[in-house]
Design a protein around this ligand. Structure first.
Ligand code: SF4
Ligand code: SF4
Length: 210
């Protein structure tokens, strides 16, 4: 769908090396099904240096924010609640290295879709462009220049609903932010744990020996 949207709206500015969204909103919600692929890629295919950099970045940026990630986890697990967004001091994705995604072939679906979809925060709310402000503004300018009154973009909610339904059936149903998945697979020496765990006890990370 992203390729189709790109064909119709070639002025959407997302491109390789543009990584502001990975810096400003780099805590993507990731299903267990997706984490399985990311973890396996990181363990078995990524060069040692990349793996170590990812783990080191996550420790440095996010271990100290663990309580905030657990608050975010409560928001994910209780979507109907009005829990406030935690005040993260750093939202940079630990997988971003030199402005490139180090797990690009297996990045979460939300990272693939960002910039090319619309979404509805609540069923009754109006659709919004599912992109950074710059991408949304550029799309709008492109439409105005071509005298197109509106864009017709696919709705992200339909994709995420399907993904989470698959995750409930074929995965273990868990959804978490990407840095929290990584913290749950980091050993006491900062190493990647050798076994995949699709149902980690995230709360237990508070007492994990460091
Ligand atoms: S959403 Fe914005 S920051 Fe992200 S790739 Fe597109 S233009 Fe760049
Ligand atoms: S997984 Fe890759 S594309 Fe997604 S936020 Fe992280 S660095 Fe960016």
């Amino acid at each position: 769908m992203v390729y189709l949207v790109k064909e119709v709206y070639p002025y959407i500015p997302c491109q390789s090396g543009c990584s502001n969204c990975c810096v400003d909103s780099g805590l993507p919600r990731t299903s267990a099904l997706e984490w399985k692929h990311i973890y396996t890629y990181l363990r078995d295919k990524a060069p040692d240096e990349v793996r170590q950099t990812v783990l080191r970045q996550n420790e440095a940026m996010h271990r100290q924010q663990l309580d905030l990630f657990l608050q975010e986890q409560a928001r994910i697990e209780r979507p109907e609640s009005d829990l406030p967004l935690p005040a993260f001091g750093c939202k940079r994705c630990p997988f971003l290295i030199d402005d490139r995604c180090s797990v690009y072939p297996v990045r979460p679906a939300i990272c693939r879709g960002f910039g090319y979809f619309t979404w509805r925060p609540r069923p009754q709310a109006e659709s919004q462009v599912f992109a950074c402000q710059m991408a949304a503004d550029t799309l709008l300018e492109g439409l105005q220049l071509r005298q197109q009154p509106q864009a017709m973009l696919p709705v992200w909610n339909a994709i995420s609903d399907k993904l989470y339904a698959l995750n409930a059936v074929q995965g273990q149903g868990v959804i978490a932010t990407l840095p929290l998945w990584l913290l749950a697979h980091t050993g006491p020496e900062g190493e990647l744990l050798p076994e995949l765990n699709l149902q980690p006890d995230f709360q237990a990370l508070l007492n994990a020996p460091r």
